[in-house]
Design a protein around this ligand. Structure first.
Ligand code: KIV
Ligand code: ZN
Length: 513
């Protein structure tokens, strides 16, 4: 029997810290259910002390998830720990993750504390967390730049205080594989009570080494990897879940452990996270990129047809790229639609909600022949966006012709009152966004505009992301439609709604403790 490698997903916490990637309660619940189907061992649902909304989101995840441990993050502060304990009260299996920085630069500049004080805080935090659960994780933040002797001291002390998982974060992505692996090996060998805890790693990708560092740590004794779907995360992101999981599975000759994930759910999770956050997946991204299993060059194709192992080291269907994808269409009834939604983990809170989304489904099926799971997820996103928004999209007409200046005629509902405007632009999208600006008071700067197709084919829905920034706040607006000009207007309106309503949330790692 090989050891188990614990997969700790932090898409909803560290992934969410990526500017513009914030998720609301319903979005987190949808992601959490997808992660549960993927069978992740632990999911970190957020940082409850950040705001009431964050607390509610972690609580909502803890209330519904039964198959995975739900974890919440806290600084080494009594009030943070109590907040996490409260949010996780109904969890079937709960973990509290507490952390404090241990590198010389963080202790001096950020914490303004002596090393002994840092140890005292860490021990106190772990003991307090143990009042709520016996599953407590401790992280020495910026361990990648901390002194090994100091790490040994603090980790020994927190194990004695009751920590059951010791997570070693390479917070700024500074480590390189051999050195990081050696650090893990040394810590396990040098800490006298190391056998009482599981060693975990949490790597950032600033040098593009997060996956390599995590795997090197596993070879040297780590038995938990912290990672995110699509490698989502601040700056260059976190360790990509799909890459580490498939590396361990594909190279069982190298790794002394195995995961218990249902890897066929990987692609669904990837598409869901991308669509909720508005962070597209690059086509050549390993495992989940559109080209990852496309053997287009003639020679490759020939080789694959003769024997797939000539060029394929993994099977596309093992990560969810299936040739026989379940489709719905114009003739699918309400029952088939509802059943598929339930299979995707989407529960309707009322018959009205089901009817509303079914109506949207029928409208889409009139325009598009095959409706895939990704289309259904986009419908849900659209429905929840519309329900909450102060500014709503009603209608758009665009005149665009070679040699003529495009003009858009737009109708919105603002606080339940219909208003219309028209505007010219350099193209149809530009004219539509300018028409929005005529109706809405908006001074945010446009930071990104991108269009991606949700599924294949020219009848596919386009999914547009619009990123806006104002006063240090960054939001991603999303819109989908078979007409990308309409999708663009919807995404822009969604971003404006978000920037108007989003509160400033505290960041767990930018405070003092
Ligand atoms: O990168 C980091 O150090 C973290 C900790 C809070 C674990 O995310
Ligand atoms: Zn991190």
């Amino acid at each position: 029997m090989k050891d188990k490698l614990i997969i700790f997903d932090t898409t909803m916490r560290d992934g969410e810290q990526s500017p513009g990637a914030s998720m609301n309660k319903d979005e987190k619940v949808r992601i959490a259910k997808a992660l549960e189907r993927l069978k992740v061992d632990v999911m970190e649902a957020g940082f409850p002390a950040a705001s009431v909304g964050d607390f509610e989101a972690v609580k909502a995840v803890a209330d519904v998830i039964k198959g995975s441990t739900v974890c919440g993050l806290s600084r080494a502060l009594d009030q943070d720990i109590d907040r996490v304990g409260e949010a996780l009260r109904n969890a079937n299996s709960a973990r509290i993750h507490t952390f404090i920085a241990t590198s010389p630069i963080h202790m001096q500049v950020k914490l303004n504390m002596q090393p002994d004080e840092v140890i005292e805080h860490a021990v106190r935090a772990v003991k307090r967390a143990r009042r709520y659960t016996d599953n407590v994780e401790f992280s020495p933040e910026d361990a990648g730049r901390s002194e090994e002797d100091f790490l040994c001291r603090i980790l020994e002390a927190v194990i004695d205080a009751g920590a059951t998982t010791l997570n070693i974060p390479d917070t700024v992505g500074y480590s390189v594989p051999d050195q990081f692996g050696t650090t893990i090996k040394n810590l396990i060998e040098r800490i006298p009570n190391s056998d009482k805890a599981i060693f975990s790693v949490h790597c950032h990708n600033d040098l593009g080494l997060a996956v390599a560092n995590s795997l090197s740590a596993v070879i040297n004794g780590a038995r938990q990897i912290e990672c995110t779907i699509n490698g989502l995360g601040e700056r260059a992101g976190n360790t990509s879940l799909e890459e580490v999981v498939m590396a361990v599975r594909t190279r069982q000759d190298v790794f002394p452990c195995e995961t218990s994930l249902d890897t066929r759910e990987i692609l669904t999770c990837s598409k869901l996270v991308s669509s909720i956050t508005g962070f597209p997946v690059q086509p050549n991204k390993a495992i989940v990129g559109a080209n990852a299993f496309a053997h287009e060059a003639g020679i490759h194709q020939d080789g694959v047809l003769k024997n797939r192992e000539t060029y394929e080291i993994m099977r596309a269907e093992d990560v969810g790229w299936s040739a026989n994808r379940m489709v719905l269409g114009k003739h699918s009834g309400r029952n088939a639609f509802k059943t598929r939604m339930i299979e995707l983990g989407i529960d309707f809170s009322s018959e009205e909600e089901l009817n509303e989304v079914f109506f949207r489904f029928k409208q889409l099926a009139d325009k598009k022949h095959d409706i895939f799971d990704e289309d259904l997820q986009a419908l849900i996103s659209e429905a929840s966006i519309d329900a909450d928004e102060e500014i709503k999209f009603i209608a758009l007409k665009v005149c665009s012709e070679t040699g003529e200046i495009p003009r858009a005629y737009l109708t919105l509902s603002i606080n339940n009152r219909e208003v219309s405007a028209d505007a010219e632009g350099s193209g149809a999208v530009d004219a539509s966004l300018r028409a929005v600006d005529q109706l809405v008071d908006n001074s945010a700067a446009l930071r990104l505009y991108s269009v991606n197709n949700i599924t294949d084919g020219t009848d596919a829905q386009g999914e547009v992301t619009v990123r806006l920034e104002q006063d240090g706040k960054i939001v991603n607006g999303l819109g989908s439609d078979t007409d990308i000009v309409i999708a663009s207007a919807k995404a822009y309106i969604n971003a404006i709604n978000k920037i108007k309503s989003s509160a400033v949330r505290s960041h767990p790692q930018k405070g003092t403790v």
